[in-house]
Every structure is written in C-alpha cells, then in structure tokens.
Ligand binder design. Structure first.
Ligand code: ADP
Ligand code: GN1
Ligand code: MG
Length: 354
C-alpha cells in the first residue's frame, strides 16, 4: 500500500523510512523520512469523514484564497501528486501527503503560558487571514459537528441503547451532564439570536494541532485542517480553553491534576485577541468566557456518549478509556465554572490588548 501511494507522488518507497507519528484520535498518520525531504502521510478516517472529497475541496479553495491574499502565510495543505491530485485512493483508503514542517514539534499539553499564547496567536492569525473568505464556498466535512443541542440528543439516545453494565458504571457522570444541559440551551439562544457571526472556523484547536519551532517554541502554523468549515469563533477559543487551561490533558486519570490555571486564560485571551480583537463584534466578544463552558461540556458529552456506544468513534487503548476521558472533562468543567468570576475580572481588566 505505501509503495503504491508513494509511487503516485513520484517517490521511491525504498528511499524512505515510514513510522507511525503523533497522537491524534481520529486519522492515521505516518512520518515518511528521506535523506532530503520528510513528508507526513495521512489516511483519512472514513468512519468519521464520510466524504473525504469535501475535505480535499475545502483545502483547495482555502489554498487558492490564501495564495492570492496572504501568500506568505504558512498554510499546510496536501501536496499534489503526479496527476495533480491532492488525495489518492488506494484499496478504498483515502490518503494525502503533506510537507513535513522542518524543525517543528507539537505538544500534547501546555506547561508554560508562552505556549498557550503562541498557539492562541496561531489560531487567531488563521481566523484573521480567512476573515474575508466567503464561507458559502466551504463544504461541511462533518455536518452538525459542534451543534451542541444535537450532541445532547445523541447522548440521550445513547442512554436509551447503552449496555446496562456501561450505564451503571457511568451513573454519576450521566447525572452530572444531564444537570448541565442549560449550557446547550444558552448555545441555542446565542445562535438563534444571531449573536455570533458565521466564520471560517478550525474546529479542533487543541494544542497538538499547532506546530511550533523545536528550539524556540515560536508558533509556526496550525495543522489538522479536516474540520475547517463554517462555524462560530467560540468553537476555536473554547477548545483552546479546554486543552490549554489545565496542566493535565484529557487523558489524565488523576483528577487532582485537572484544574484551570488563570495565567493560561490570560495567555489565550492575549494571543487570540491580538490577532482577532478587531474583527470580532462586541456581541461575539461577550461570549469569550462562555466558549470554554460550551466546548468542555460538549467534549464531556462526546466522550461519555462514545463510552455508552461501546467506543465506536474515538481511538481507545483500554476498556473504560472514554469514561476516564469523560470524568476528566467533567472535572475540568467544574473547575472552569468555579473560576468564572476570576476570568470575568481578567476579561474586564484587560481590554487594552484588543
Ligand atoms: P489527527 O487528525 O489524527 O489528530 P493530525 O493531522 O493532527 O492528525 O496529525 C497528527 C500529528 O502529526 C500532529 O499532532 C503533529 O504532531 C503531526 N503533524 C501533522 N502534520 C504535520 C506536518 N505537516 N509536519 C509535521 N508534523 C505534523
Ligand atoms: C479529535 O483529530 P483530533 O485527535 O485532533 C476530534 C475532536 C475532539 C478531540 C478530542 C474530527 O481530534 O473534535 O475534540 O479528538 N476530532 C473529530 O481530543 O472528531
Ligand atoms: Mg490532530
């Protein structure tokens, strides 16, 4: 399979070393190392992305726009093969090859505020560069991806169909998430009342979807662009809150390590607003703090739903992996809710950077 894929790009299989790479939960990713150039080979997870052609089309549209309006912006899109295709199909699998960004690394958790700042700035810049892009040109690669009320419905239907053992194991978490469904109601109201503008949104701004310079830690670019589609900025800011605020990430079993850090909130705020502060409307900015609640709640629901569905969506490594992740996200949400007054103060005291 690798031989056939590489050949379609004019690359000789024998000249490269191929190893699994990264810690993404969805796609299959390999580093293809050669003597001159390295590449990143990726197989699209078609259980998740039912129409890979939509991803391909979106990236081409964005590439065209950026080539014209921001030619110096590092947009990591798939390379064309010898037939000028940016996606190849081999044995019913969909593959693409990206340039491997030299001297780069991604982190799975955030240790220093500077890392949160650099990442937030990258996602802010991404949104800013694409501010003038006509969102109607984008396909929905995952329909209703961040539709929170629908995620609640999926959770309720998983409750009805789950196996009794798993239902029992998750009793406390089911209860907690059910009590918090007012977050979904608020989301619904915001959308219905037109408080948020439809924009080009990345939809997966977790920390390992940013590449930084290996030595200096300076942000280089954002990656994992499969979920770039029309949406609301709170998805991107919210997922940063979800993945940068706590020293431990969603994989952590020791819940005493799962807690928000105020300095990270400010770092996200500063990095994102330095880029997007002028583009966002007042009614959008008002939802900056809600964004974290929205995304952490949705991720807790999604992990718990997958646990109840017997792990059909996320890659898992052990039996109750998704339940552990759900517990972790519930703990994070509690810590976030407790810190909300402090976040409000930070938010009100720092308008200077906008
Ligand atoms: P997934 O959708 O499974 O999360 P990603 O596209 O995020 O897959 O890739 C997985 C990991 O591979 C990233 O977290 C990053 O470490 C690395 N990676 C992805 N693209 C590149 C690239 N172009 N150059 C260098 N590393 C990359
Ligand atoms: C998935 O692909 P990856 O690992 O960056 C998921 C995100 C979740 C995240 C949780 C297409 O992201 O929505 O927030 O896992 N991507 C998709 O870690 O569902
Ligand atoms: Mg990823």
């Amino acid at each position: 399979m690798f031989q056939e894929i590489l050949a379609s790009y004019g690359l000789q299989f024998e000249d490269y070393k191929i190893e699994l790479h990264g810690s993404g939960l969805i796609n299959y990713t390999w580093k293809v190392s050669g003597t001159e150039n390295d590449y990143l080979l990726q197989k699209i997870n078609t259980n998740v992305f039912k129409e890979p052609a939509h991803i391909d089309k979106n990236l081409l549209e964005l590439r065209k726009f950026l080539d014209q309006y921001a030619p110096d912006y590092l947009f990591v899109s798939p390379l064309p093969n010898l037939k000028n295709e940016t996606m190849v199909v081999v044995n019913e699998g969909y593959y693409r090859i990206f340039p491997f960004i030299k001297n780069s690394k991604s982190a799975d958790y955030v240790k220093y505020p500077e890392e949160a700042y650099q990442a937030a700035k990258q996602f802010g810049q991404f949104a800013k560069e694409l501010d003038g892009f006509d969102t109607t040109k984008l396909k929905y690669t995952l329909v209703d991806f961040h539709n929170l009320p629908l995620r609640v419905e999926q959770f309720i239907s998983a409750l009805k169909n789950a196996n009794p053992d798993r239902l029992k194991q998750a009793t406390a978490e089911i209860d907690e998430l059910t009590k918090l469904d007012h977050i979904a109601t608020k989301y619904q109201e915001l959308i219905q009342n037109g408080k948020l503008k439809e924009r080009v949104v990345h939809h997966d701004t977790k920390i390992n979807n940013v590449l930084v310079n290996q030595q200096t830690g300076e942000g280089l670019c954002v990656i994992d662009l499969d979920t770039v589609m029309p949406g609301y900025y709170i998805s991107d800011v919210g997922d940063m809150m979800r993945t940068y605020l706590s020293e431990a990430n969603e994989e952590e079993k020791d819940l005493t390590k799962v807690a928000v850090r105020e300095e990270m909130f400010f770092a996200i705020y500063r990095g994102y607003m330095e880029e997007m502060g002028e583009a966002l409307s007042e009614s959008e900015k008002e939802q900056f703090i809600f964004s974290g609640k929205f995304m952490i709640y949705m991720q807790a629901l999604r992990f718990l739903t997958d646990f109840l569905n017997d792990d059909i969506y996320y890659h898992t490594a052990y039996a109750d992996h998704n339940l552990v992740r759900a517990k972790n996200q519930i703990q994070l949400l509690k810590s976030y809710l407790a810190a909300e007054p402090i976040f409000k103060t930070i938010f009100q005291e720092r308008p200077a950077v906008i």
